[in-house]
Design a protein around this ligand. Structure first.
Ligand SMILES: [Fe+2]
Length: 389
């Protein structure tokens, strides 16, 4: 995220002593940097030392992250509506599928999260339903249905629900998530031809300047979960600047590209992560050639496992397969997939699609969790032939 932002009180020069006044002593700088400080960074100004912890203990990880591989190879339809509900937006996540590059989870949260820091990689979240407030060391962000949230590695944050449940699709990457290089100028500005612009990004408007003592923070790293107790509240920042920060972008601000005939998935690309991409399918006019095949023809995506979360609207190409809002399809490399029987004909007279979906294509094979197998529709692999077992 290379777009420079400056929020709150920031001294004129970096790395110089700044007295807080009133006998409070000096400000504490925290330089948060990616790529061993050879990538983007942010410089945050704390009232107290962000390193001052007074206790630490291991925390049992409530989730089962074991991911196994299907044999025989099968396309899958996972039904999130059948997963257990409840928990918080962090510890309540149910891993469904993934690999060493990225893990996709689902959570239908009914309670606020602890303060949390994921040291393993960036997180990309998609809010399916509900509203909430994301408090971070950079400030707060309000989120609602259709919002993507990008949380850089190591961002200390906390989820607060706004009344009802918060349904979230979560991608936890083993690395950094950014925009596709081809959308960016050489110096990092989103180009005119990109399907969204800097104006579509919502960032914290001001620091939280929180105060408090003995504040618990749950940290995830390679060894699992730990609970630290910080002497002072980690959200005590008074200002920050730089090019590394959390932000929100609505999927409805993605400006779809359409053509006379069907456009390939890269026109929908929104994010790029380590060995995976994320695409957004949003309401748009259908292809306008008089004889256009308006749903994707059969295709062999030979280098990717294709995972699609169906958020809302109609899903023309999957109409006869039982897929609806809240479904996840997984079409692995090695399986040629395409529209279910009858959908090409049904789409022929349609002018537009109202579908909203999030696709993750991974470049290495994804495995499935026990929870995913439990909510898989056993009929789905046979829906193209119509010979249900
Ligand atoms: Fe596909």
């Amino acid at each position: 995220m290379p777009y420079y932002r400056r929020v709150g009180e920031v001294p004129a020069k970096r790395h110089l002593r700044v007295d807080q006044g009133g006998g409070k002593g000096l400000l504490f700088e925290e330089l948060m940097g990616a790529g061993g400080f050879s990538g983007e960074s942010a410089l945050l100004y704390h009232r107290h030392s962000p390193s001052a912890i007074v206790a630490a203990e291991p925390v049992g990880d409530p989730r089962d992250s074991a991911l196994g591989f299907d044999t025989p190879l099968l396309p899958r339809h996972l039904r999130t509506a059948k997963l257990p509900r409840g928990g918080d937006p962090v510890l309540g996540r149910i891993p469904l599928l993934g690999n060493d590059d990225v893990v996709l989870s689902w959570v239908d949260a009914d309670t606020d999260s602890p303060i949390y820091r994921n040291a393993m990689g960036d997180e990309l979240l998609y809010v399916q339903a509900g509203r909430g407030r994301l408090e971070t060391v950079f400030g707060a962000l309000e989120v609602g249905p259709g919002d993507y949230v990008v949380l850089p590695t190591g961002t200390t944050h906390r989820w607060e629900l706004d009344g009802g449940n918060l349904e979230v699709l979560v991608l936890e990457a083993a690395g950094h998530i950014g925009f596709p290089d081809r959308y960016l100028s050489r110096r990092g500005q989103l180009l005119e031809g990109a399907p969204f612009s800097e104006r579509d990004l919502r960032v914290p408007r001001g620091p939280l300047e929180a105060d408090g003592t003995d504040v618990e923070v749950v940290v995830r790293n390679r060894s699992g979960l730990s609970r630290h107790v910080h002497a002072r509240h980690p959200f005590d920042v008074i200002g920050w600047d730089g090019c590394l920060y959390p932000f929100v972008m609505s999927i409805f601000d993605f400006e779809a590209l359409v053509g006379a005939i069907h456009q390939p998935p890269p026109v929908h690309q929104t994010f790029a992560g380590p060995n995976f991409v994320v695409c957004s399918f949003v309401p748009r006019p259908f292809d306008f050639h008089p004889q256009a095949i308006k749903v994707p023809y059969h295709h062999a995506n030979v280098d990717s496992d294709e995972v699609i979360f169906y958020s809302r609207g109609d899903f023309m190409s999957r109409a006869s397969s039982g897929i609806g809002a809240g479904s996840i399809s997984m079409h692995p490399a090695g399986f040629v997939h395409g529209p279910q029987p009858g959908s090409v004909e049904r789409a022929a007279g349609q002018e537009r699609t109202e579908e909203v979906a999030v696709m993750m294509d991974t470049f290495r094979r994804v495995g499935l969790s026990a929870a995913a197998r439990h909510v898989a529709d056993d009929d789905y692999p046979w829906t193209w032939s119509g010979r249900h077992r």
